[in-house]
Design a protein around this ligand. Sequence first.
Ligand code: SF4
Length: 417
Amino acid sequence: MINTNDSKYYQRIPLWKDISLEEWNTREWQLKNLVTDVEMLSKVIKLTDKERANIERASRDSKFQATPYYLSLIDENNPECPVRMQAIPTIAELEEGRGDLLDPLAEDADSPVPRLVHRYPDRVLFLVSEVCSMYCRFCTRKRHILDRTSKQLSSEHDKAINYIKEHPEVRDVILSGGDALMLSVDMLEGIVSRLRAIPHVEIIRVASRMPCVLPMGVTDAYVQMLSKYQPIFFMTHFNHPFEVTPQAASACDRIAGVGMPVQNQSVLLRKVNSDPNIMKKLSHELLKMRVTPYYIYQCDLAEGIEHFRTPVSQGFEIVENLRGHTSGLALPTFVIDAPGGGGKIPVMPNYLLTMSDKSAVMRNYRGLMSSYANPRDRDCSCSTSEEISKTLAEEKPINRAYMDLVDGKRVTLKPEI
Ligand code: SF4
């Protein structure tokens, strides 16, 4: 593991030995100095001729790009360094996998207008950008979407926002891509402010891997802008405890500091984090940064990433090792995004063994069995059920309290029922 507590950690790499800490820690410098080819990469880590040739071949189909910051976390002494495996192409990407699919999540079929995926009743995925600061080698979308920015970016944003306006059932919008924070502050604000003005949009989620791969990219300008449009949830993506550095912690602190909850979605990757203790440690490290471990995804059936896939049973082993062995806060839900567009399906070891009218028999995390006696009276109807169901049927938000700027001051808007 690279010790990034030493502020000059990156200067061990000759290419960056003269870069000042001030420059290194800016979004601008990092984005201007992205590593995008094997020539430059060979100045960062030692590569054999065979590795160079393989990287060149593998990156013809799906672009190679990584931030200097993320590459500086590579441990050269470990050929299976988890940071290296996520960032550097390998020849395995050219192999055909078992069950590979072109559009593994069938997002195209659920896309009513460009950039929008409307699969679940009350929420949409809004792909605001095709660009990332780093192209993760296991990315589901890397071959077909990423780095192919449309010339009609603004007009496609407009169409997607109009669709959301016209669909009152949409109460939750996830801004993703690509990486939402690759848009300029102004462009992102243009989208977020228009969404916030739509009365039925209650929740906006902003998805970005920047806290992990380019923490200095999460600038005050972004977080201050976003904080004006609460409630905003920030969805990020750490896969290994070695990614949790002081720099990453400081980015998460900037986000959480303005009141945006931060949630983490990991992908289970063979030989990167496919180990129960690694995932437990990751959960603990995330919580220390005020980041909630939200999901662990089974790796999708996208082309060229079979070498990253684990058997589903490995996810079970990880969940078994977390539940009961650490606090509930550290327990992400293990999900498989069902191939063919079935959506996220939670899968977990079975703790409920039998259930009858009289009782439920369960086992705990240590295998200890116990029985829970059901009550005699089974009527579960509630006096407020009808009233609440009516508000749901009318798609009327139950609680519209959110922070907003009124005359330059932050105020809580009252719920409208
Ligand atoms: S940041 Fe997300 S969208 Fe971008 S390459 Fe990585 S996994 Fe894919």
